[in-house]
Design a protein around this ligand. Structure first.
Ligand SMILES: [Fe+2]
Ligand SMILES: [Fe+2]
Length: 186
């Protein structure tokens, strides 16, 4: 069984759980910052959320729906939470990052996303890990990593502003690009 075997670096569950930790840390950075630094952290956060949630929606949720007990209910609840987070992100994108409303909404989103991640890890990923063998978990992990094409490592000085513009579009556009990357069109 998968849970007793040695984990692979490409294991989809390990990969997504490590992204959960990065997401939590970017929320903390964005909440603590202000002005341009907050703008920057919020952009990094949206990019990572786009990459992460798209990988889950395209690769993990459909599989979990079929494989785990009560998969329909578990996955539909997670999808509903993901849709709610998208709505809040679209609202945040229209606000001044230094406004009180932004700070309040960002903290609310953090609480919702942390709760969502806890449910995924406990109710979905752990159970999926028990149902699938290592090869399947690795294949899914490699596919999930393709979405990262949307979130390149920070560009070199000089091309920063141009590259930042390319990836600074609205959250929904980031989701589209992450989906294309997974589908091999990125
Ligand atoms: Fe999710
Ligand atoms: Fe997640």
């Amino acid at each position: 069984m998968a849970q007793t075997a040695i984990k692979s670096p490409n294991d989809v569950v390990d990969f997504l759980v490590s992204q959960h930790e990065q997401i939590k840390s970017l929320f903390a950075t964005a909440i603590a910052a202000s002005g341009a630094a907050r703008e920057h952290a919020f952009l990094d956060l949206r990019r990572l959320l786009a990459v992460h949630e798209t990988a889950e929606e395209e690769i993990v949720h459909p599989r979990a729906k079929r494989k785990i007990r009560n998969g329909d209910i578990v996955v539909d609840t997670r999808l509903k939470e993901e849709r709610e987070a998208k709505t809040v992100l679209q609202k945040l994108e229209k606000l001044d990052v230094d406004s009180e409303e932004f700070t309040r909404e960002l903290k609310g989103l953090r609480d919702a996303v942390v709760d969502h991640a806890t449910h995924e890890e406990r109710d979905e990923f752990a159970k999926l890990g028990e149902q699938l063998d290592n090869d399947e978990l690795e294949t899914m992990g490699r596919a999930a990593k393709l979405a990262e094409a949307v979130a390149p490592t920070r560009p070199h000085a000089g091309v920063e502003s141009q590259a930042a513009n390319l990836v600074a579009g609205p959250f929904v556009a980031m989701l589209d690009r992450a989906r294309d990357a997974i589908a091999g069109k990125g």
